[in-house]
Structure formats: structure tokens, C-alpha cells
Write a protein that binds this ligand. Structure first.
Ligand code: ADP
Ligand code: MG
Length: 319
């Protein structure tokens, strides 16, 4: 039973330089070209923070760690070390202005998802042509890259084609060719390893960046429950046949609960019941254990998670 008081809503540490407080991670740029990314326990949706979920930050960091380790032969990544279970010390890169989404199935609910567009009758999307007659949640003939512009200023992602990416000068042709080949190879590895664990890696989002020498690294996070959709393979066929949504890690109950009670983009967020927070924490932990095949070991050291992180990061304090 997760202890609801052991939570990391934010990691604001005044002794660390150059903060960037993201939707989920609180980041600091060290003067020597490294970047600390601290995964908080925030759950974000509808452009705002809904709640803090105990151990979510540790789960995300450790899931990404599992996948960075498992894919470093395919693509070099930004990781230098893990000073704390919630923290990655990374090579700072210039994030490329394109979010590289890869999709294996006709799925999704947002305005940019292939299922939403397909149901509106669109067949030409992201520079690909989809056949008629596909059904909800059907496997695509081959995984597709559906890039979107990266909205650095809190704006919304817009669909792109590879022709637009190159024509608009977002990436050079050579950079796009490299990034897209790497993304497909990472996704193929992800799907194969997920299958061994009884999971389907449905779709995911990658962020690539350029290091000082102009090398392309995979940055941010990889194949985490926040950046990816997973389905439970054993329930897929039946769900697909009967037109139901395939079973997945049910981590979106809070989103659904909030959306059912208010206009989540405008109204104040109602207080979320403890039971729902506890349940969501358990789902994240279950996701970690199923994806990696390893037991989750919550770090309970220190008076609070923030105290522990401060102690582990003290060597990087600049004031
Ligand atoms: P956001 O709200 O911008 O998505 P996040 O909560 O995801 O923020 O925090 C991570 C931020 O750090 C993102 O903006 C991501 O693009 C950026 N980032 C991730 N890895 C690196 C890196 N190695 N170098 C520079 N920026 C990075
Ligand atoms: Mg992000």
C-alpha cells in the first residue's frame, strides 16, 4: 500500500542553477553543460497539474533507465548517471523541434491521433496514405512516424509531414533520415521486448537532440507509461473483435474522473479522492514491474523524497 505522504509534488531546489520547471520534471542546467532532470510525482493533463502520485517519479525514471540501457546499441542517449532514483544527470542537448511519434496501431483519442483523424474520414495523414476499411485499434500495415512540431512555449503540437519538416528547415534531410530510422529501430526493439512481457507497445513519442559535436542523441524519456501507450496482449484479440478498447494500465482514471466533473480546461480541479491517488500509484508500480520484469523497490530513505534528493544532489549545488 503506497504511503500517500511520501510524495514529490515539486523539486524546487534553490541551490541548483538555471531552473526549468516542466509539466512533470524539474530541470537544472549545470554550468558545465550537463542537465539534471528530476522526475516529480505530478500527473498532468488538460494543460495543468491534477495531482501528485506517490512513486510516479521513481517509476518514470526507472522505466526510462531500463529502456535507455536496453537500446543504447541502437541510438546513443543523453544519460550520464543516476544520482538518485528520481533523477537523471544528462548531457544537455539542443532538443530538435520535432516530436517523433511512432504508432503501430490505429489508436488514440487526441486530435492529432491517427484514429481520430481516420474516423473523420482522413486517409492522407502525416505524409502517409492509410487504406480504407481499418477498424478501431487495428494493427497498422507497418509502424508509422507521425511527427508533430514541438511546442516549446506551452502551445499545441501540430501534425507535420517529412516534406514539411525539411522544407521548413526544422531538420535537415540528413537529420530527418537519421532520426526517423532510429525512431523506427527503437520502436521495433520496444515492441519486441514488450511482447516478451505480454505487452503491446502501441505508440510512443521520442525527443531527439543535438550534442556539442552535432551528434544526434535520444533525450528526455523513452517508452515510459507517460510517453507511450501499452496494451495487455492477452486481452487484445477479444477486445479488438468485439470493438472494445483493449486493456491497458489504467492510469487515466483521474483524468476521466476530473473530466466528468468539470470543464478541465477552465474550472478549478475538484479535490481528488485519496483512494484514486493510491490506486493510480499502484498502477504505475504495476506498469514498471510488468514492463521491466523487475520488482519495484521504492526508495524510502530520507525524511521526505525531496530531502533525499537534496542530499543526493548536494555535490552539484552552486550556492
Ligand atoms: P515539458 O513540460 O517541457 O514537456 P518535462 O516535464 O518533460 O517538460 O521536463 C523535461 C524537459 O527537458 C523537456 O522540456 C525536454 O524537452 C527537456 N529535455 C529532456 N532531455 C534533455 C536534454 N538532455 N537536454 C536538454 N533538454 C532536455
Ligand atoms: Mg515533456
Amino acid at each position: 500500500m503506497p504511503d500517500l505522504s511520501r510524495v514529490l509534488p515539486e523539486a524546487h531546489i534553490p541551490e541548483l542553477p538555471d531552473p526549468y520547471y516542466g509539466k512533470v520534471r524539474d530541470c537544472y542546467d549545470l554550468p558545465d553543460g550537463r542537465r539534471l532532470l528530476i522526475s516529480s510525482d505530478r500527473i498532468s493533463a488538460f494543460d495543468r497539474i491534477l495531482a501528485a502520485i506517490p512513486f510516479k517519479g521513481q517509476v518514470l525514471t526507472q522505466t526510462a533507465r531500463f529502456w535507455f540501457d536496453a537500446t543504447s546499441d541502437i541510438c546513443p542517449n543523453h544519460v550520464l548517471s543516476y544520482p538518485d532514483p528520481n533523477v537523471v544527470l544528462a548531457r544537455r542537448v539542443t532538443i530538435l523541434p520535432v516530436e517523433v511519434v511512432v504508432r503501430g496501431y490505429l489508436a488514440g483519442t487526441t486530435g492529432t491521433s491517427v484514429l481520430t483523424l481516420y474516423k473523420q474520414g482522413v486517409r492522407e495523414m502525416y505524409g502517409h496514405r492509410l487504406p480504407d476499411g481499418l477498424r478501431d485499434n487495428e494493427v497498422l500495415p507497418a509502424p508509422l512516424i507521425t511527427p508533430t512540431s514541438k511546442a516549446f512555449d506551452g502551445g499545441h503540437d501540430e501534425p507535420l509531414t517529412e516534406a514539411e519538416i525539411v522544407a521548413q528547415g526544422l531538420l535537415t534531410r540528413a537529420q530527418w533520415d537519421e532520426v526517423s530510422a532510429k525512431a523506427l529501430a527503437l520502436f521495433a526493439r520496444g515492441q519486441a521486448m514488450a511482447a516478451e512481457r505480454g505487452l503491446i507497445l502501441v505508440d510512443t513519442k521520442y525527443e531527439f537532440g543535438l550534442d556539442e559535436e552535432g551528434r544526434i542523441l535520444i533525450a528526455d524519456e523513452i517508452h515510459t507509461p507517460d510517453s507511450s501507450r501499452y496494451w495487455i496482449a492477452s486481452g487484445y484479440e477479444e477486445a479488438f473483435r468485439t470493438g472494445q478498447r483493449p486493456p491497458s494500465f489504467d492510469k487515466d482514471v483521474i483524468r476521466a474522473w476530473v473530466a466528468a466533473r468539470c470543464d478541465p480546461y477552465r474550472d478549478p480541479i475538484p479535490e481528488i479522492p485519496d483512494e484514486m491517488i493510491r490506486r493510480t500509484s499502484e498502477v504505475y508500480i504495476e506498469a514498471f514491474e510488468t514492463i521491466t520484469g523487475r520488482p519495484f523497490e521504492p526508495d524510502l530513505s530520507g525524511a521526505t523524497p525531496l530531502e533525499r534528493i537534496r542530499a543526493n544532489l548536494a555535490p552539484h549545488f552552486t550556492r
